[in-house]
Ligand binder design. Structure first.
Ligand SMILES: Nc1ncnc2c1ncn2[C@@H]1O[C@H](COP(=O)(O)OP(=O)(O)OP(=O)(O)O)[C@@H](O)[C@H]1O
Ligand SMILES: [Mg+2]
Length: 364
């Protein structure tokens, strides 16, 4: 069966430009409405025969992991910030993997780093982040600190609040290795399978960490493009899809599904030429719209910085955090604790972020 093409419904460049700017649930709904999509109640995914009932020329909702009973595994995160930490760690790993794959392309007999820290040292030349504040004031140390600050630009976490819909959206973007369109369903959208198990220099191992974010979002979407020098025979281009929670009519077994362009599970994509025209570089972006922070709601705008520093105590790489118009670099509490004495007890734990919606109470 032929895959369904975005070009059957829309002009690809304006569409992907618009799609990569969608930050609210209504933005996402109106994008999906421009495509030919078989309603979820008209297609029952069958793992053995996914092509059964597939309407040629339409996009279809296919279960994440191509596993109809995926809800239990996706709903496993205890606290709403945990999925954000999972995605952020995936982003760090994507940056390490980009460097490792490029090293292998130069000489594929180079032994792999034996730990994530060794990888960071080898590829980025920075020590564990809690060591940074302890470095002296030499030009060399200043250079290392500047390098760390600069690296943070390659991984960005954003918290956006939509005033009209009164909903939060969490965006995680990395400039890492990315995934080719034809492999996104087997990697970014897989469940219980990982590309990392034999890589001692990465962290992930269960193949499900990132997916926990779907459970706390009304809609998610992703876009990913593999670094063009590391395609390994795959076709260049950018893959894009939307993920949502489906409650089948008259049944109790809800599940999470994404838009697929083919019964084998592949996602919609734009060509290399169109990805270039739309200005999509390599890396991955996940947008989780209508994010449910649970009790406390709007307090997250003040607390996300503290929470991320807490959950990622001594992260491998620093990253940028944007909350509305305010930004900061997250280095982890290990770094912040090392900083205190040398900075004369400045109130480092009180980085101020504004309320994103005029100080009213949260939704909970
Ligand atoms: N930012 C990213 N860039 C490129 N590939 C990614 C990215 N995030 C996830 N992946 C791919 O998706 C797969 C699933 O990610 P996920 O976080 O669910 O599992 P994992 O990282 O392998 O293991 P764990 O469950 O321990 O986090 C990864 O193995 C990797 O192949
Ligand atoms: Mg992971």
């Amino acid at each position: 069966m032929k895959e369904t093409l975005l070009t059957d419904f829309v002009e690809p460049v304006p569409f992907i430009k618009k799609a990569t700017k969608a930050t609210s649930t209504t933005d996402i709904e109106s994008l999906v409405a421009t495509l030919g999509v078989t309603p979820e109640q008209d297609y029952a995914f069958d793992e053995e025969k996914p092509e059964r009932g597939w309407h040629s020329g339409k996009f279809h909702w296919v279960p994440v992991g191509r596993e109809r009973g995926n809800a239990g595994r996706i709903k496993h995160a205890n606290y709403p910030v945990n999925p954000i930490a999972e995605r952020t760690i995936n982003g760090m790993e994507a940056l390490i993997e980009l460097a490792r794959q490029r090293e292998m392309a130069r000489n594929n007999s180079t032994p792999a780093p034996k730990s994530p820290r060794e990888a960071i040292d080898r590829y980025f030349g920075i020590p564990a982040l809690d060591v940074l504040p302890k470095l002296d004031n030499s030009t060399q140390s200043k250079g290392i600190r500047a390098k760390a600050r600069d690296l943070a630009r390659q991984l960005r976490l954003r918290l956006v609040f939509d005033k009209t819909l009164r909903e939060f959206t969490v965006i995680i973007e990395d400039d890492g290795v990315g995934q080719p369109p034809a492999l996104i369903h087997k990697t970014l959208l897989s469940l219980g399978s990982t590309t990392k198990a034999d890589k001692l220099y990465l962290i992930g191992v269960f193949g499900q960490g990132g997916s926990s974010a779907y459970a706390v979002s009304k809609y998610s979407w992703l876009v990913s493009r593999r670094a063009p020098d590391l395609l390994g025979g795959e076709t260049d281009g950018a893959g894009w899809t939307v993920i949502k929670h489906i409650f089948p009519r008259g049944r109790r077994d809800d599940y999470f599904a994404y838009l697929a362009c083919h019964p084998d599970g592949r996602v919609p994509f734009v060509s290399k030429v169109d990805a270039d025209k739309a200005g999509l570089a390599h890396g991955t972006r996940f947008v989780h719209a209508g994010y449910d922070f649970g009790r406390g709601g709007s307090a997250i705008t003040r607390q996300l910085y503290q929470s991320m520093n807490h959950v990622l105590y001594n992260p491998l790489l620093p990253f940028e955090l944007y909350v509305g118009p305010t930004s900061a670099v997250v280095y982890g509490n290990g770094y912040r604790l090392s900083s205190l004495p040398s900075r004369g007890n400045l109130p480092l734990f009180d980085k101020a972020f504004p309320e994103l919606h005029g100080g009213t109470r949260g939704r909970s």
